[in-house]
Design a protein around this ligand. Sequence first.
Ligand SMILES: NC(=O)c1ccc[n+]([C@@H]2O[C@H](COP(=O)([O-])OP(=O)(O)OC[C@H]3O[C@@H](n4cnc5c(N)ncnc54)[C@H](O)[C@@H]3O)[C@@H](O)[C@H]2O)c1
Length: 247
Amino acid sequence: MNFGGQVALVTGGASGIGRACALEFARGGASVAFVDIAGEDAMTETARALREAGTRVVSFRADVSDFGKAERIVSETRIRLGGLHLLVNAAGINEDAPVWRMTETQWERVIAANLKGAFNYVRAAAAVMREQQFGKIVNVSSVEAFRGRFGVSNYAASKAGLLGFTRAAAADLGRDRVNVNAVAPGFVRTPMSEKLSAEVLDEAARSSVFGRLGEPEEVALVVAFLCSDAARYVTGEVIKVDGGQTL
Ligand SMILES: NC(=O)c1ccc[n+]([C@@H]2O[C@H](COP(=O)([O-])OP(=O)(O)OC[C@H]3O[C@@H](n4cnc5c(N)ncnc54)[C@H](O)[C@@H]3O)[C@@H](O)[C@H]2O)c1
């Protein structure tokens, strides 16, 4: 897909699905900024991989739940790369516990990173995209937004909240020619899912009609489609990328 002349900002861009999205944009000719709280090594390695793909890169080490930083990062991206056309909110965490044992901190941390983080970046990007009368936003939700699995009430609430937010933001921004969509991956092979037990991952692979977990690149390709001109009349939508895990 061709993103030549465009600027992409990817949160959670130093790992897994966010990193795959950043690389997909870079391969399509976009300049890429990414935000992450990852360590120096992961930040540097991702920036190097993006430069190798032949693109201009800017990285920011920041927590997406910080509202003020989102404004500053969007503004700096625009100044350093010349605009902001594509935004992917992929930063996310899980802190699982059954609801009777979940602490207030676990609840608040997951909602802050997964839901407030996306609001912060959409809020900041909206000003630039409205002025340009062009923008594509994709929020990375999860199939947990649709189903009830044990121990993920904070995560499921954040990801279901993200879908409501996506639809309402699409309504707010449509007249300014900004599309807002979401993807809902099933289990995908990333550092986040690697923390889960072998039993959970085997079960997830078996539940897919393809008999395997997803790859980050397979989510990135759908994100890229939603950011492309081919999807210009699609907004407020969610596409599951789960290999049939929830069929
Ligand atoms: N891997 C899966 O099976 C799966 C399934 C469904 C949805 N998702 C979602 O996809 C997104 C990416 O997950 P992943 O699997 O690639 O995980 P990952 O852990 O590989 O990548 C997530 C990245 O987000 C960053 N991050 C976390 N909290 C942050 C914060 N507060 N501020 C800035 N950066 C932050 C992490 O440092 C990491 O680099 C997440 O939103 C996750 O909920 C993942």
